[in-house]
Design a protein around this ligand. Structure first.
Ligand SMILES: Cc1cc2nc3c(=O)[nH]c(=O)nc-3n(C[C@H](O)[C@H](O)[C@H](O)COP(=O)(O)OP(=O)(O)OC[C@H]3O[C@@H](n4cnc5c(N)ncnc54)[C@H](O)[C@@H]3O)c2cc1C
Length: 453
């Protein structure tokens, strides 16, 4: 009988095939609470041709392949269920920066933060900026259509992907898209890859649109005495044509979790908005003052701004330190609604939280209507947490929103996605998605069981 590990070793070399328990165990989990099943091996290819040979081997022998970037998925999207894990971390090169044509070409395993640090020397950036950018990769963030702290102005990953080198499940290598800033060429296969969660093809290389680094003019820390007051802020700013660079919010539990960053809070502060502007700062300040805050603090110093952004980026990790016991999980929800519906949505969410009796913190990228619930969940409370996730997701759907904004579906939100489609009478969407999966991957070897059955 063929030994899969021997065949893999022939393709990539023995040192890049991990089979020992202690080497494999970190790949059984991602950043979610979901644990997968131990894979046969973890393979770490170093070239597109190696990826192609691995996929051909697995396709011919019906072996499931779970592609993995930084493993920071919060939905179980990158956990294996046996099979082979393919780590993309040797695809770590930035291949070309072209400022005249406004693109960068990077391999799939380049960390998003690293890419941005590199582009900074040109005065440019790749706008998608997930709080996990220190670990999240180009390939992983494309596959989850990641958003982030610049989403208020620049949108999510889908706006920034021009072209991709991909390997199809049977090993065929092709390129979707190009270096051009626009195209009108029928079905957009590049766009189809965005958010596909490793179920259709393996991305090896990406051509990404870049933008000049915006000037960070002013940061406003806006404190409120109730969560009820900040919900309408984004709608108010939008009405006046004042789109901030960044608009983040934290509730009281989240604020407590990041007290260590040394930002003083006024008495009675129960909610905090962090707004960064690149223009129209005076008008923005005026509009913010009209929203009945306890205090609006204006920050011009870049180092102080950096500290507040570190606080925001470290927020989920800080919440993990607030657990009563180490076995408690912090299960994160990821809903999105149109900005004008944030107020009602958050109000209903708080009522749902109250009747659940669970400890939940809320924060989010409020600039694009994205709200994260963080449910502190004991070992026997997983079902209760899932019920709360479902209930709050359906509150978002009722207000014209979606069950996942930027974390994807993975294993965790499959039922939620079905419920969203059913609520809108769009069950056909799921059938179309299954057909697309079947066209790309008729043997269902890529990320089997994720996103759709
Ligand atoms: C502390 C923390 C903060 C976070 N903040 C944000 C945030 O602000 N915004 C946000 O959007 N998300 C956030 N996330 C979620 C997560 O970081 C993102 O989903 C991220 O984009 C995943 O990237 P990754 O490289 O870790 O992907 P992985 O977790 O490794 O994989 C994610 C999915 O992509 C697939 N995949 C990975 N690489 C490839 C490839 N080359 N080809 C094909 N498929 C591939 C995997 O199979 C999987 O389905 C956060 C997570 C954490 C832990």
């Amino acid at each position: 009988m063929m030994s899969v590990t021997n065949e893999l070793a022939k393709i990539v070399g023995k040192e890049y095939v991990l089979t020992k328990y202690e080497d494999i165990v970190p790949y059984v989990k991602d950043a979610s609470y979901i644990e997968g099943k131990k894979p046969i091996a973890v393979v770490i290819p170093g070239s597109t041709s190696e990826v192609s040979k691995i996929l051909k081997l697995c396709y011919d022998n019906n072996i499931p392949v779970y592609v993995r970037g930084g493993g920071t998925s919060l939905t179980g999207s990158s956990v294996p269920e046996g099979g082979i894990v393919m780590s993309m971390l040797r695809f770590d090169k930035i291949l070309e920066v072209n400022i005249k044509d406004r693109y960068v070409i990077a391999e799939a395993g380049v960390r998003v933060g690293e890419l941005n640090a590199y582009l900074e020397r040109y005065g440019y950036m790749y706008p998608p900026d997930p709080a996990s950018d220190i670990a999240a990769t180009v390939g992983g963030s494309i596959n989850t259509n990641a958003g982030g702290v610049r989403g208020a102005k620049y949108g999510a990953t889908k706006e920034w992907v021009l072209g991709l080198e991909v390997v199809l499940p049977d090993g065929t290598v092709t390129q979707f898209g190009e270096k051009t800033l626009k195209r009108s060429e029928g079905y957009d296969l590049t766009a189809l890859m965005v958010g596909s969660e490793g179920t259709l093809a393996v991305i090896t290389k990406a051509i990404l649109k870049i933008a000049p680094l915006p000037k960070r003019d002013t940061m406003f820390l806006v404190f409120y005495d109730s969560y009820k007051k900040f919900g309408d802020v984004i709608g108010t700013l939008n009405e006046r044509g004042l789109i901030p660079l960044t608009a983040e919010f934290l509730d009281e539990i989240s604020m407590d979790a990041v007290k260590g960053y040394g930002i003083p809070y006024p008495d009675k502060a129960k909610a905090l908005l962090i707004i960064i502007t690149s223009e129209n700062s005076d008008e923005t300040l005026k509009a913010l003052k009209e929203t009945d805050p306890i205090e609006v603090r204006t920050i011009k110093d870049q180092a102080e701004m950096d500290n507040a952004m570190k606080l925001r980026k470290g927020l989920y990790s800080s919440l993990l330190l607030e657990r009563d016991k180490p076995e408690q999980k912090v299960i994160i929800g990821d809903i999105v609604v149109p900005p004008s519906k944030i107020s009602e949505t958050i109000d209903e969410i708080y009522r749902a939280i109250q009747s659940s009796g669970m400890k939940v913190s809320i924060f989010g990228h409020i600039g694009d209507g994205n709200v994260h619930l963080n449910i502190f969940t004991g070992p026997n409370e997983i079902d209760k947490a899932k019920e709360l996730l479902l209930e709050t997701a359906m509150i978002a759907v009722k207000h014209g929103g979606c069950v996942s904004a930027e974390h994807g579906i993975g294993l965790e939100k499959k039922e939620l996605l079905q419920k969203e489609f059913a609520y809108r009478g769009n069950q056909i969407n799921l059938e179309l998605m299954k057909k697309i999966k079947n066209v790309f991957d008729p043997r269902d070897i890529l990320n089997r069981g994720k996103l759709i059955e």
